[in-house]
Design a protein around this ligand. Structure first.
Ligand code: SF4
Length: 235
């Protein structure tokens, strides 16, 4: 009998990753942060790697940035966090000089050692849409020429999966938090994701838009005052 998606993920976690030492990050980790959520999720959020709180708890996005992501999911998207799947490109915490003081993005060696696990997670889950959070995860899946500030809000495809790149919640927290205009941009991107999930935008529409790249002015940025007002109270 074929394994369920949850069983396949568990198999990957236990037998694929196991006590992985494929890159140097194993030396300083407390736990491997595999990812969590619904194996049948329609939405997959992907960040770059675990931070201090995640390393301690063995769960992705549980620190302050995680609280913002959870608010986006629950208050903004009206989903439960357990409805979606959340993972990172690397499963162990990268820190500057391996000193466990300051977090940093994973380097190329770590990304190439670990990234295959994320690709397997995507293959198993087969989400309707992937949301990449920040530059490293966007670069890993899409290898775009432009950085996240240019390509956020623009649909892309990874192996046939629609991908919406947007800001990492920690970037928003570092740049004004609740008062940051970046938060409104994040919400615009999430609204695009919701439009696709609700069938208001079709896969063909997304592909049509992608075909017109690299014109990056594809997003409908028409200010929708009502939505903005709602968003202000959402997360
Ligand atoms: S980051 Fe990934 S490849 Fe590196 S040790 Fe951890 S699980 Fe293994």
């Amino acid at each position: 009998m074929a394994l369920t998606k949850a069983q396949q993920l568990e198999d990957l976690r236990v037998h694929g990753i196991g006590n992985c030492k494929r890159c140097k990050l194993h030396a300083t980790r407390s736990t491997i942060v595999f990812g969590e959520g619904n194996a049948e999720a329609r939405v997959m959020f992907i960040g770059e790697g675990p931070g201090k709180d995640e390393d301690a708890q063995g769960r992705p996005f549980v620190g302050k940035a995680g609280q913002l992501l959870t608010a986006v999911i629950e208050k903004g998207m009206k989903l439960k966090r357990s409805d979606v799947y959340i993972a990172n490109v690397v499963k162990c915490r990268p820190t500057v000089n391996m000193e466990l003081k300051r977090d940093r993005p994973p380097d190329d060696e770590e990304t190439s050692a670990c990234g295959g696990f994320l690709k397997q997670q995507i293959d198993i889950i087969q989400p309707a849409v992937i949301v990449t959070l920040g530059n490293p995860s966007t670069k890993f899946l899409l290898n775009p020429k432009e950085g996240i500030t240019k390509i956020r809000g623009v649909w892309h495809l990874y192996n046939g999966f629609p991908v919406m790149p947007t800001f990492h919640p920690s970037y928003i927290l570092r740049n004004g938090g609740d008062a940051s205009p970046l938060k409104r941009l994040l919400w615009e991107d999430i609204k695009n994701v919701l439009a696709y999930l609700h069938g208001e935008v079709s896969f063909a529409d997304i592909v049509k838009k992608i075909k017109t790249l690299p014109e990056l002015n594809l997003r409908d940025t028409t200010a929708d005052k009502r939505d903005d007002e709602v968003q202000g109270n959402l997360f």
